[in-house]
Write a protein that binds this ligand. Sequence first.
Ligand SMILES: Cc1cc2nc3c(=O)[nH]c(=O)nc-3n(C[C@H](O)[C@H](O)[C@H](O)COP(=O)(O)O)c2cc1C
Length: 239
Amino acid sequence: MAIPHFCALFSYLLLLTIMKGAINKNVGVDTMSVKNILEKRRSVRHYDSSYNISSEILTSLVESASKSPNGNNIQATRYLIIDDPDLRNLLMPIAFNQQQVTEASTLIVMLGDYQAFGKDNIIKIHEEGFQAGYFDESLRDYLANAAINYYENKSKEDLKLELTRDVSLASMSLILLANEAGFDTITMSGYDSKELKDILNISERYLDIMLIAIGKGTKAGHKTVRHNVSKVMYRNNII
Ligand SMILES: Cc1cc2nc3c(=O)[nH]c(=O)nc-3n(C[C@H](O)[C@H](O)[C@H](O)COP(=O)(O)O)c2cc1C
């Protein structure tokens, strides 16, 4: 009878050890908390051009970034990966010769898709949510109609702002995810939008918001200061 008791005790102790390991591991994750990444991240402008980010890793980063909040869940953000070296060489001069355009492992053009505001897309997305069992028919119709009505009478300028919000949130997610995965990043708006669209054959259907380069840095980004929080945080009114 003593042997089964000993086995039970042993199993119990083993379980405790495994659980303790798991808890410690979670504590370890804290070193890569969002706060930590925000404190440590720098814009990096020099990259190891021989370093390759696998397609699987890139897909996984984009897949997670696409979980970002977005207006009415119309999912208008598009990630145009530029991995053709010839295209990157063509883009460099229209981006003030910023060397990260050609040096970084990957260059992503962050785009907003105006077609996402269309009725077809809105109905399709809400139908998918219904089919997945996330809401019932009446909520599906309510949400879809609310979104259609919301965008219906908006000007092109308003829609541009909607795309800018959505794509910017997804961009920040991508930057955080890439840094969490051990890469360096830089955001760029320093490029000629018209020339970029011409070179990449991007139609008026899309609004280009920014470029994000991701890779392994060879030189740390210089440190930057931020305003004291008292200068940026207000309560109830701002003058
Ligand atoms: C929308 C946007 C556009 C930017 N464009 C450029 C750019 O074209 N070239 C560049 O070297 N840095 C660019 N940056 C990086 C900023 O200069 C940088 O974020 C800022 O100086 C703060 O430095 P840090 O990112 O290292 O904290 C851009 C950043 C943002 C958010």
